[in-house]
Write a protein that binds this ligand. Structure first.
Ligand code: NDP
Length: 331
C-alpha cells in the first residue's frame, strides 16, 4: 500500500509569513545538500522526507549541484515525489537554485541568463516537476550585470517554471539593488537565503536582516547548526558517520578545536537548563524575535529531523540566557 502521511501533520508545526508575501513557510525546513547523493541509501532519504512531512515540514530545499554527484539530490527527491509524495504536490514548497559550478564550459555557473534558464530546465526535468515554488540565484555574480540575473529570474516566473524568486548569500547592498530591479520587473523578491547561526552572525553585522525587514523580504537561514557543531554530537569525539568524520564537503575537523568544544559544552549546558537539546536551542536562537522566517536544517537520519522539529516547543529566551549564549558563542 502507498505510504500515507500522518493525519495530524499540521497540528504542531508553526508557519511564518515569508516577508510581506502571501506565502507561509514552516519554522523548520529541510535542505538536501548533504546526505541526498548517491552515497546515501535511498531508504534513508525517503525516511527523512516522510518524517519531515509527517511533522509539518512542508518545505524542501534543493539546488542544481546537490549530490554527489551534482544533480543526484534532485533526481532522488524526484523519485520521492513520484512515490511517497505523489498526490501531495500542492502541500509542498520545493525550491532549487543555480549559481555554482554545474557543467563544463562558460555557461555552467554564475549568473548569466543562459545558465539560469538552462539550469532551471534541467532541475525541473530531474525532479519531474512542471514548476518549483522558489527559484534562487545561488550567489552574486560580480561579472554579470545584476539586471541580467534578475531578468532571468523574472523570466523563469513568467514562463511558469517558478512561482517565486529568491537570492542567496547576497550582501545587504546587493540585496537592495536586486530587490529594486525585481520590483520594477513585477516579480518581487520573496526570500533571501543566507548562512546564520550563533557562531556566524554576518547577517547582523552586514545589516542584511535590517534590509530584509525594510524591503519586506523573508529569510530562510542555512547551516543554523553550523553543519552539526551546534549539536551534542561532537562533545565526546568525532563519530565516523558524522559530517566531520566522513570528510565530505566544506566542514573540517579542525573547526572542532578545544576552545570551540569548550564553548559548545557550555552552550549545551544552557540548552539542558532550558529543557532542550543544543540543536533545538540553536534553531530557536535563529528564530528568536521573529526576524527569520525559517531555519533550514540538514540531517543524516530521521531522528535528527524529529529532534529539530521539536524546537517549536520552546522558542522563547530570557535576557540572561541570550547574554550567556553571547558569552560563549561570540568569543
Ligand atoms: P545544519 O547546520 O543544520 O547542519 C546539518 C547537520 O547537522 C546534519 O547533517 C547532521 O550532521 C547535524 N544534525 C542535524 N540535526 C541534528 C540533531 N538534531 N542532532 C545532532 N546532529 C544534528 O545545516 P546544513 O549545513 O546541512 O545546511 C542546511 C541546508 O541549507 C542545506 O541542505 C541546503 O539546503 C542549505 N544550504 C544552502 C547554501 C547556500 O549557499 N544557499 C549553503 C549550504 C547549505 P551529520 O551529517 O554529521 O549527522
Amino acid at each position: 500500500m502507498a505510504w500515507q502521511p500522518a493525519d495530524n501533520r499540521y497540528d504542531t508545526m508553526k508557519y511564518n509569513r515569508c516577508g510581506k508575501s502571501g506565502l507561509k513557510l514552516p519554522a523548520i525546513s529541510l535542505g538536501l545538500w548533504h546526505n541526498f547523493g548517491e552515497t546515501t541509501p535511498h531508504q534513508t532519504k525517503r525516511e527523512m522526507c516522510r518524517t519531515a512531512f509527517d511533522l509539518g515540514i512542508t518545505h524542501f530545499d534543493l539546488a542544481n549541484n546537490y549530490g554527489p554527484p551534482p544533480g543526484s539530490a534532485e533526481t532522488a527527491f524526484g523519485e520521492i515525489l513520484r512515490t511517497d509524495f505523489a498526490g501531495y504536490r500542492d502541500e509542498l514548497i520545493i525550491s532549487s537554485k543555480a549559481g555554482y559550478d554545474m557543467w563544463p564550459g562558460p555557461y555552467g555557473e554564475w549568473g548569466s541568463r543562459k545558465y539560469l534558464i538552462a539550469s532551471c530546465d534541467q532541475s525541473l526535468k530531474r525532479m519531474g516537476l512542471d514548476y518549483v515554488d522558489i527559484f534562487y540565484s545561488h550567489r552574486f555574480d560580480p561579472d554579470t550585470p545584476l539586471e541580467e540575473t534578475m531578468m532571468a529570474l523574472a523570466q523563469i516566473v513568467r514562463q511558469g517554471k517558478a512561482l517565486y524568486v529568491g537570492i542567496s548569500s547576497y550582501n545587504s547592498k546587493r540585496t537592495k539593488e536586486a530587490a529594486k530591479i525585481l520590483k520594477e520587473l513585477g516579480t518581487p523578491c520573496l526570500i533571501h537565503q543566507p548562512s546564520y547561526s550563533m557562531l556566524n552572525r554576518w547577517v547582523e553585522e552586514d545589516g542584511l536582516l535590517d534590509t530584509l525587514e525594510e524591503e519586506g523580504i523573508g529569510s530562510i537561514v542555512f547551516s543554523p547548526l553550523a553543519q552539526g557543531m551546534l549539536t551534542n554530537k561532537y562533545l565526546n569525539g568525532v563519530p565516523d558517520d558524522s559530517r566531520a568524520g566522513k570528510h565530505v564537503g566544506s566542514f573540517q575537523e579542525s573547526f572542532l578545536n578545544e576552545t570551540t568544544l569548550g564553548h559548545i559544552r557550555s552552550l549545551n549546558e544552557i540548552a539542558q537548563n532550558r529543557g532542550q537539546t543544543l540543536a533545538q536551542m540553536a534553531l530557536a536562537w535563529v528564530l528568536r524575535k521573529g526576524r527569520v522566517t525559517s531555519a533550514l536544517i540538514g540531517a543524516s537520519r530521521k531522528e535528527q529531523v524529529i529532534d529539530c522539529a521539536a524546537t517549536i516547543n520552546n522558542l522563547e529566551f530570557t535576557e540572561e540566557e541570550l547574554t550567556a549564549i553571547d558569552q560563549y558563542a561570540t568569543e
